[in-house]
Design a protein around this ligand. Structure first.
Ligand code: IZC
Ligand code: ZN
Length: 413
């Protein structure tokens, strides 16, 4: 990285961006601003002005001007759902998965998430930091400028704090911004296998208060799923976290529809994740609760599951965000470009709807829509210059990295 500070981006062929400070739903999800022959002026890492034609560049040094060469420019991509910090990988589960062993069966047998818990507990803070920083390097090269990171591979006080402290360090030391979510309710660790109530006590009375005390997470997420946490347990955990200042997210209907999306709406969760098995009652509840549907198409791809009902959600007026779900078990890829392609072809979303889902709506899903997610005066200068002349080209030329360059907080990466 050469850390060059940029004050103007000129000669933009098309500047494509959603507009506004909150998530877009319904027909608005597909309405974006498309400026031809555009420019952007940047001051102290924030967008000062955008317009068309040639800007007044008086006082700006030549090496602070970036010529986009007639290319497409969009906001930096926002990955609103990842399990970024973890030890090891789970490539050894690939053949089992391909042979048809279900994800939840691998977990029930003590593998899956619990395998990663073992590897994460063993790893030092330094090892976890270096591994996740490398992932962030890879993500920014693919156009991602802000990432949400969940804990949930510690499952005890010491190791949940360790994971969250690593995420905080990454936010402070890496160019990519990192927003943290406490997800201690990710699985019941083996030492509590026969005493899950004691684990729930630990979460409610020790871990949530400790994380709040250190201000280590903005959100709390729960894996509300068959054999993991049921609706009543999820509700108790999320309400406790809300009382400690953490807004709710829920892994809902990833595999079975057990009431997670209905709970998301009831608790006015900021987002509900996955929604592969979503029922009509879930859609209605998300709409009532003002909850954003955070869809994870690369997980459907990797687990061989159906694709979530994106069109029904959009038609019902629920804002749709799309994220990678990067994690070692159900989505070992962090490419949002791949997710965008899957969304176009499998959710049948338009290029404009997908752009909104990985920028403004994703920013809203992590409560950052006031400062990122669109190219507008006053927001951070987080943007991607693409090796493409039109938005459709990003979806048409799938399979390679189409990023030409990335600017993060006004710095050319
Ligand atoms: O490590 O398997 N679904 N949590 C819920 C995951 C996937 C991550 C994992
Ligand atoms: Zn997840």
């Amino acid at each position: 990285m050469n850390d060059q500070r940029i004050c103007a981006v000129i000669n933009i062929g098309i500047l494509a961006t959603p507009k506004g400070l909150k998530a877009k739903a319904g027909t608005q999800q597909g309405e974006i601003l498309s400026l031809k022959n555009a420019y952007l002026l940047i001051e102290d890492g924030f967008i000062k002005e955008l317009g068309t034609g040639t800007p007044d560049l008086t006082g700006i040094k030549a090496d602070q001007i970036l010529d986009a060469g007639g290319r497409l420019v969009t906001p930096g991509l926002v990955d609103a759902h990842t399990h970024l910090v973890f030890g090891g990988w789970r490539a050894h589960e690939l053949q089992q998965k391909l042979a048809g062993v279900p994800y939840l069966d691998i977990l029930a047998a003590g593998g899956g998430i619990l395998n990663t818990v073992g590897q994460t507990r063993k790893a030092t803070e330094n090892e976890l930091f270096n591994k996740a920083a490398k992932a962030l390097d890879g993500m920014i090269a693919l156009g991602t400028t802000t990432v949400e990171a969940k804990s949930g591979y510690g499952l005890d006080l010491e190791n949940e704090l360790k994971q969250l402290r690593v995420a905080k360090q990454l936010d402070e030391r890496h160019l990519v911004d990192v927003v943290s979510t406490l997800m201690v309710a990710h699985a019941v660790p083996s030492e509590y296998k026969h005493n899950r109530n004691a684990f729930l006590d630990l979460i409610l009375n020790t871990i949530i208060p400790a994380v709040a005390q250190e201000n280590l997470a903005a959100f709390c997420d729960v894996f509300c799923e068959t054999g993991v946490f049921d609706v009543a347990e999820s509700k108790a955990i999320l309400l406790c976290a809300q009382a400690h200042g953490m807004r709710s997210k829920i892994h809902a209907d990833e595999i079975d529809a057990i009431g997670g999306s209905e709970l998301a709406g009831e608790l006015k969760a900021i987002s509900a994740e996955h929604l592969i098995a979503l029922q009509d009652s879930g859609i209605a509840s998300l709409k009532t609760g003002g909850t954003i549907a955070c869809l994870l198409p690369a997980t459907s791809f990797y687990l061989g599951k159906p694709y979530a009902r994106a069109q029904n959600l959009i038609a019902a007026g629920v804002p749709v965000a799309i994220a990678s779900d990067f994690n070692p078990g159900s989505c070992p890829s962090y490419s949002l470009q791949f997710c965008m392609n899957l969304a176009a072809y499998n959710y049948r979303m338009s290029s404009e709807q997908v752009l909104t889902s990985v920028t403004l709506n994703a920013a809203a899903a992590i409560d950052k829509a006031k400062i990122i997610g669109s190219l507008e005066a006053g927001k951070l200068a987080d943007l991607v210059i693409w090796d493409a002349e039109t938005l459709d080209f990003l979806f048409y030329r799938f399979g390679s990295n189409l990023v030409k360059s990335v600017v993060k907080r006004g710095i050319l990466v």
